[in-house]
Ligand binder design. Structure first.
Ligand SMILES: [Ca+2]
Length: 114
């Protein structure tokens, strides 16, 4: 399973190119551009599982930093400010990480609620 199994490669490059400049990453814009906004929760869950490198069931800060690189190898890492904003958007229960599946905690809103 790779990102391009779920998302169009052209949409991914458009989304990556749109946030090339540091601190220009917007989660909402990225999700919309890459086509994730239109995906069903189970499909979004698959994407989040790919982001969960150590299979902990959560996206931790270090995994979030590499978010863009998971979509495109040549992409930049997120800045500390972007990572923090991402975490604040997704971390509904305040434990400092984002749950991957809808079964974990209260974070069922992340996949669909961005
Ligand atoms: Ca993890």
């Amino acid at each position: 399973m790779t990102m391009t199994d779920l998302l169009a490669a052209s949409d991914i490059s458009t989304a990556i190119n749109a946030c090339k400049a540091k601190d220009s990453f917007s989660l909402k814009t990225f999700f919309a551009t890459v086509g994730l906004s239109k995906k069903s929760p189970p499909e979004i869950e698959k994407v989040f599982k790919m982001l969960d490198q150590d299979k902990s069931g959560f996206i931790e800060q270090d995994e979030l930093q590499l978010f863009l690189q998971k979509f495109s190898k040549g992409a930049r890492a997120l800045t500390a400010a972007e990572t923090k904003a991402f975490l604040m958007a997704g971390d509904m229960d305040g434990d400092g990480k984002i749950a991957v599946t809808v079964k974990h905690g209260k974070e069922k809103g992340f996949a669909t609620g961005v």
